[in-house]
Ligand binder design. Structure first.
Ligand code: PGA
Length: 241
């Protein structure tokens, strides 16, 4: 079983004093921890030397005329280790397609960054019975060739569970994670067994242990509850136990 990963996605939150929070997290927790702040906070968080730091996006090109974007090589040069790609908020706010996400994953890998690729159905798609089809399509088209357990993490994030307080049930999570595992093994062979599959969507201290007990749940991508150590630390502890 892969070592669990608990990744915090701060989204467009966190002020300049936010780095102080990292010192309140468990020091050697027995699972991997990653914190992904907004770009301007990355140097301050890296300077604490406490936990690995990730980004929330990168461009598919190495450099050039792309106003407002940030390249994977620059992130890697700073000391960033991973990048979240294809989050549903970027797919919705910025019209990111799975093909674009795959190009970004390729850029991240070329720069030596691990990619956390997000996939998940909307509520309408779930109600229409299309969950496994949508998730399967997004996985196939957002993840390029060449991923390994070191460089690729998949995050299953049902769109209807993100920031809503509505968590998918263990049965719902288990069904989708098993399907993702089967697809990863079909595609990457034995290596697909060790590629971590995170669940994301209203993970909190109260439901973390139950979610981590579901087969093929190798950790969590945590939004709101990653902003305060009082919420994030117990989730890390649940993953480690
Ligand atoms: P949430 O967000 O934990 O606030 O629901 C999860 C995510 O979007 O990654």
């Amino acid at each position: 079983m892969p070592r669990k990963l608990v990744a915090g996605n701060w989204k467009m939150n966190g002020a300049t004093g936010a780095a102080a929070m990292l010192s309140e997290l468990p020091p050697s927790p027995g699972c991997d921890v990653l914190v992904c702040p907004p770009f301007p906070l990355i140097p301050a968080l890296l300077a604490t030397g406490t936990v690995p730091i990730g980004a929330q996006d990168c461009h598919w090109a190495d450099a050039g005329a792309h106003t407002g974007d940030v390249s994977a090589p620059l992130l890697a040069e700073l000391g960033v280790q991973a990048v979240i790609l294809g989050h549903s908020e970027r797919r919705a706010d910025h019209g990111e397609t799975s093909a674009l996400v795959a190009a970004k994953v390729t850029a991240a890998h070329a720069a030596g960054l691990a990619a956390i690729v997000c996939i998940g159905e909307t509520e309408a798609e779930r109600d229409a019975g299309q969950t496994l089809e949508i998730v399967g399509q997004q996985l196939a088209t957002s993840v390029p060739e060449g991923g390994t357990a070191e460089t690729l993490v998949v995050a299953y994030e049902p769109v209807w569970a993100i920031g809503t307080g509505r968590t998918a049930t263990p049965d719902q999570i288990g069904e989708v994670h098993a399907a993702i595992r089967t697809a990863l093994e079909a595609r990457f062979g034995a290596g697909g067994t060790d590629i971590r599959i995170l669940y994301g969507g209203s993970v909190k201290p109260a439901n973390a242990a139950e979610i981590f007990a579901v087969p093929h749940v190798d950790g969590a991508l945590v939004g709101g509850a990653s902003l305060k150590a009082a919420d994030f630390a117990p989730i890390i502890e649940a993953a480690a136990s």
